[in-house]
Design a protein around this ligand. Sequence first.
Ligand code: UD1
Ligand code: CA
Length: 453
Amino acid sequence: MNKIDVIILAAGKGTRMNSSLPKVLHKLAGRTLLHHVISAVNCVSDCRIIVITGYKAEAVEKLHAQNNCIFVRQSEQLGTAHAVKMALPHIRDLSDVLILYGDVPLVSTCTIRKMIGAVKEGQIGLLTVEKDNPFGYGRIVSNEQGCIESIVEHNDATSDQLKITEVNTGVMAMNVSQLKKWIPKIKDDNRNNEYYLTDIIEIARLNSCAIRRIQPNSVIEVEGVNNREQLSRLERSYQKRLAYEFMVSGNSLADPSRFDQRGKLKTGIDNYIDVNCIFEGEVQLGNNITIGPNCYITNSIIDDYAEIKANSYVESSKIKSGATVGPFARLRPGTLIGKGSKVGNFVEIKKTTLGNRSKVNHLTYLGNATIGSDANIGAGTITCNYDGSKKHETTIGENVFVGSNTTLVAPITLSNDSFVAAGSTVTNSVSEGQLAVGRAKQRNVTGWKPPAK
Ligand code: UD1
Ligand code: CA
């Protein structure tokens, strides 16, 4: 069986994006357009992926360096056929070649398999789709029997051809000897003076090669991104699909049109997500979790029955079962919230472990701290973890009570069952069972008169 080599065209600037960023680096659901295309091909075993770069090639190559691709530069963007020509020296002999466009990001693995299937049977596979509004796309010209004869680009089409609603998606597959034979025959005698890959279809027909029309399961697969409006529409339809998958898996969304998943979301069942929540990177949810409106959650693990209330920000953290976080809480990287613990409003926590059933209910900063179970951290507590050059640790034992408005100057330890009086600045460690009072003694001045008004 022939090997598969994949060419992904990604050299264009994307003029219609009006951006300093190359088009393929714009993001869809948190990942670059090019990244989506590359992941779609991961289903093909032993394939070689050749990515044609050009405009800001270094940036494109650097961002996808981990993706096991061969990058080939097209220094001048003379058209899609010219781009494919750049890849030819890197195609293995006896390969079948699949051509994808870097700006058509959601092509599915199922479609890719069908394309490859066509080539295995000696035909050229061409992915086409019916579009109500075919504006801008290349039109598929067929004969009376419905067989594909050629593709005519929008700018070069006659008024009759412009009425054709079957369009070219850009995805094509053929065998390497055909490709090598026909690419050099393509000319740039069109409105844009570009070498159009699409002209290869007519050349194939002149050489009596059959074209197999393949159609995607869903039109979203073949939407091209040429401007920001198309990108935003594709983002919405993709998010709708992800929301649908989330609900089908046994979870509820207050409003599927206000759900954003930008990465992998692993989930159990019976979770409820209110409106405007964003999940980024790798997020893992257990079961029966409630997440309130406007929460941002990235690279975190949340266990069963946890509750995250409105407007909370959770980054690279772990929230154990039954814990409550928010509203308006911020968990920064390296935070672990123990079982049944409570983190309330305007609390910021970083690189800190909070034991089971402990409470940090209001207006507090905890950084570089380890806190035991059943502790109570009063409103306005600050761990002073930074001395201007280094970070220092705060250790708080089990069942410790820290009164409101306390500053804990790290490094410091509050042992089990210790107690800190409200308003203290604590600079010395406190032993088990001790009460620390670190504040100026109160004086009451009798007969004091306020300044005259
Ligand atoms: C192309 C197709 C059109 C199809 C549409 C589907 C051609 C000539 N036309 O048009 O039939 O309906 O896609 O989305 O192929 N690129 C390079 N080097 C170049 C030129 C382009 O790498 O010299 C890359 C671009 O970066 C882009 C892709 O090829 O990723 C397609 O180019 P683009 O200019 O967007 O083609 P369309 O006008 O959309
Ligand atoms: Ca395009």
